[in-house]
Design a protein around this ligand. Structure first.
Ligand code: GAP
Length: 439
């Protein structure tokens, strides 16, 4: 392993563009800060991440249900949630030559501009929500916001879910979807974006049970990263928020942090939101949002424990964690050691040459494997070593090669990404062998 941390973010950024994972958005027009588009392999990887989250947070549990709420929300929702007043960052502007803007809490000194050394303005609170108008008349009645978190969709639908589903506290409502924040400083590639995708789950519990459930979800989510997504556990840690950094709604918050090339940073936050959100929506809407325990008839506003993470944040974490370079026969091999369930392609099927004799059997192998795995068929006919390297760079765990011997012995070669070891297996036993290797 060479050059692991030096220039790692730059290398991953370049690989993502070169190999079709991530492109700067609207690049032919110069792009727009903090916005990225996802290419074919990026899309596949994001679908896998979303799927793994949904499977473990919703499908494998019988106490969590799903929801998809709108991205646009009326001002009333964000006034009630406290976001119109509290969802702010401290902004300072350079009064010197460069006129750049910075987040005051990200600077070592708020006296001098870190870019040009000029004087900085006094910090002022900057609201990060994107505001827009719904309908043809731009009057105050039609003000709406693009959601800065998906969570409010769950709170405003709490009663709907309660009345339409057979749920009983404790239970959760989960959602995946786009969120928008006009971040003062974006950066570190897709780490901090202005448009991103969140996966959040609001877990409603009886007051008094909240601390126990908070501890439960912290452990559960930490385990998910190492056991399900394959992130190296030594690069993960938990960090409790100090009083002054907690969001306006939280009684306690713990971050799962990852050791990024730029230092430890937040991967996921797990907050104890108390009954803040249900209470404030009850007050502002005038609707009763209490829950009645069917056994004791006790009525109360449930407390909420919330694991919240960004798909883009998990994606950059997986890519950084998986990126590796090694010396092979005097050349540098770049390999993404992605977990098999996260990798965009699981098996690449390659006929050694473009000759018709090989294409038939190769297509047959592709058809069989496609029923079980995400398969890419690569018939480009170039040097097989180069084709293996291309698959290494996108993190494909196995390549299956069909060569001229296949026509004689009805066997193919399985080549493994990490060790580069090859084994010959009969076509009839290929699926079983791959199942064993993937296990
Ligand atoms: N509902 C709670 C909430 O939104 P947050 O800590 O502001 O809490 C939760 O965001 C997660 O969303 C973060 O841990 C991170 O994974 C992701 N996230 C937040 N802001 C982001 C941004 N600007 N770009 C990419 N991901 C972001």
């Amino acid at each position: 392993m060479i050059g692991q941390q030096a220039g790692l973010m730059e290398k991953v950024t370049a690989l993502c563009k070169r190999r079709g994972f991530v492109y700067p958005s609207s690049e032919i027009y110069g792009g727009l800060g903090g916005l990225y588009d996802y290419g074919p392999y990026g899309v596949a990887m994001r679908r896998n991440i979303r799927g793994l989250w949904w499977r473990h947070v919703v499908d494998l549990r019988d106490d969590v249900v799903g929801l998809e709420a709108t991205i646009l929300g009326p001002e009333a929702v964000w006034a009630a949630s406290g976001h119109t007043v509290n969802f702010t960052d401290p902004l300072v502007e350079c009064r010197g030559d460069c006129k750049q803007r910075f987040r005051a809490d990200h600077l070592e000194s708020t006296e001098r501009c870190p870019a040009c050394g000029g004087p900085l303005s006094e910090p002022r609170r900057f609201n990060m929500m994107f505001k827009t108008h719904v309908g043809p008349v731009e009057d105050t009645a039609s003000i709406a916001y693009l959601r800065p978190e998906t969570a409010q969709g769950m709170f405003v639908n709490f009663k709907n879910v309660l009345n339409s589903m057979r749920v009983r506290v404790p239970f959760g409502i989960a959602q995946q979807g786009r969120s928008f924040r006009n971040e003062i400083t974006h950066g570190n590639f897709i780490f901090r974006l202005r448009e991103f995708e969140q996966m959040e789950m609001e877990f409603f519990v009886q007051p008094g049970e909240d601390e126990r459930w908070h501890a439960f979800w912290i452990e559960e989510r930490l385990r998910w990263y190492s056991e399900v997504v394959g992130i190296r556990p030594e690069r993960l840690r938990l960090r409790e928020h100090a009083d002054e950094e907690r969001a306006h709604y939280a009684k306690a918050s713990t971050d799962i942090e990852y050791e990024y090339p730029f230092g430890w940073g937040e991967l996921e936050g797990i907050a104890n939101r108390t009954d803040f959100d249900l209470r404030t929506h009850q007050e502002h809407s005038g609707q009763d949002l209490t829950y009645q325990d069917p056994e004791t008839s006790e009525r109360y506003l449930p407390y909420v424990v919330e694991p919240a993470v960004g798909v883009d944040r998990i994606m950059i974490t997986c890519l950084l964690d998986a990126y590796d370079e090694e010396e092979v026969k005097g050349e540098t091999r770049v390999v993404l050691r992605l977990h098999r369930d996260v990798a965009p392609v699981q098996v690449a099927v390659m006929p050694l040459s473009k000759k018709d004799d090989l294409i038939g059997p190769a297509r047959e192998v592709q058809r069989v494997l496609q029923a079980v795995y995400r398969v890419e068929y690569d018939q480009t006919g170039g040097n097989i070593g180069r084709r293996y390297r291309r698959q290494d760079e996108i993190g494909t765990p196995f390549c299956v090669t069909i060569d001229f011997e296949t026509l004689e012995d009805r066997a193919v070669t399985i080549r493994e990404r990490d060790s580069m070891a090859q084994e010959r297996v009969p076509v009839t036993g290929l699926l079983d062998r791959l199942r064993e290797r993937f296990a």
